[in-house]
Design a protein around this ligand. Structure first.
Ligand SMILES: CC(C)(COP(=O)(O)OP(=O)(O)OC[C@H]1O[C@@H](n2cnc3c(N)ncnc32)[C@H](O)[C@@H]1O)[C@@H](O)C(=O)NCCC(=O)NCCS
Ligand SMILES: Nc1ncnc2c1ncn2[C@@H]1O[C@H](COP(=O)(O)OP(=O)(O)OP(=O)(O)O)[C@@H](O)[C@H]1O
Length: 298
């Protein structure tokens, strides 16, 4: 791990390339994190018959251009209605690119949304901007109305939001990604500060998200019972001491079995873990002399 004091990028092109690489890396790191409950990982497709790790990686790679375009459009801009609409066009094109690359399977719709907005927030920011500030900028963009959105009433997320009255992916973004900045990142940092190895720290961050998020993927596939089973199961892992302990590890496997049996999967939580990993890879640290620098993790 090295610390650098210079800005991470000097111009729009460098910014867009660097941010897009970090976004793709975050997606691949999330998909590769193993074992995750009912989600696609290196060893299993979880509750997803139409997905596997190779497909998730190919999907992440083809989205590099989407994230680069978003970063380029947002570079040193301020949130505005015009920017919101430009990003919506790029984001929707990204969904088409994803669908073309996967033969019509939804690998990353929620992730394009969350990471797309955070990519934009990062490209707007100067060096030393915190994860929370970047997420707040992303939230500000998301709060502008998407005036040219095609009719979304048919989306699973829309139906679930209406039926259960939960904020879903759109609400999470508009609130400035609270499950990323107030839940996932603190859990990740707390685990690291206890000396927990990185994969377990990331799994602990995922457990923290699942324990609290009203994930519309879980609600859509398994209803309120599946959401409650996921939250209870993730809490059991945390109470047992986290995924790095033997009893936490066993509780994680019980959660996986429980969700797979219900054919339900916490896809939104996985998206928010990827979002946290992305922000973590950009996160500034306060130096002993009080200046801000950025940590680049290998
Ligand atoms: C906002 C999106 C995800 C649509 O959301 P909608 O709730 O209608 O549902 P849909 O079922 O299509 O997808 C929701 C996905 O979000 C994720 N998710 C589920 N619950 C949550 C949650 N609580 N928080 C965050 N993400 C969640 C899951 O991966 C899920 O699959 C998106 O498709 C969209 O409208 N994009 C428009 C393009 C755009 O404006 N892009 C901006 C820049 S990228
Ligand atoms: N590792 C992962 N495994 C599975 N899903 C993930 C993973 N990472 C992120 N996701 C998110 O989960 C969503 C896919 O979930 P799901 O398959 O339930 O959605 P769907 O295709 O809308 O629904 P269904 O499969 O029930 O028709 C994607 O939008 C994606 O962003």
């Amino acid at each position: 791990m090295s610390v650098e004091r210079q800005p991470l990028w000097n111009d729009a092109k460098e910014c867009s390339e660097r941010i897009a690489n970090l976004a793709v890396t975050a997606l691949i790191d999330e998909a590769g994190l193993t074992p995750k409950p009912a989600l696609v990982d290196r060893h299993s497709s979880g509750a997803h018959t139409d997905l596997d790790f190779g497909l998730m990686c190919r999907s992440a790679q083809v989205l590099r251009g989407t994230f680069a375009q978003i970063a380029l459009a947002a570079f040193r801009q301020r949130p505005s209605q015009v920017l919101r609409e430009r990003l919506a066009v790029i984001g929707r094109d990204g969904e088409k690119v994803m669908m073309a690359a996967t033969g019509g399977t939804n690998t990353h719709r929620g992730a394009i949304w969350a990471l797309g907005l955070l990519t934009a927030g990062a490209a707007m920011s100067g060096p030393g901007t915190s994860a929370r500030q970047i997420a707040a900028l992303a939230g500000e963009i998301a709060r502008y109305p998407d005036r040219f959105s095609p009719e979304k009433r048919s989306s699973k997320g829309y139906r679930v939001r209406q039926y259960y009255g939960v904020p879903g992916a759109i609400g999470e973004a508009r609130q400035g990604f609270p499950h990323v900045v107030d839940v996932a990142l603190p859990a990740l940092y707390a685990a690291r500060s206890r000396g927990i190895l990185e994969p377990f720290a990331r799994l602990d961050a995922l457990m923290a998200i699942i324990a609290r998020l009203d994930d519309t993927c879980l609600l859509h596939r398994g209803g309120a019972e599946a959401l409650m089973a996921a939250k209870d199961g993730a809490r059991a892992v945390i109470v047992a001491g986290g995924t790095s302990t033997r009893s936490g590890w066993n509780a994680l496997h019980r959660l996986d079995a429980e969700l797979v049996a219900r054919n339900a999967s916490p896809g939104g939580s996985a998206d928010l873990l990827a979002a946290a990993l992305f922000l973590d890879s950009l996160d500034p640290v306060v130096q002993r002399d009080g200046t801000l620098a950025r940590v680049i993790r290998p």
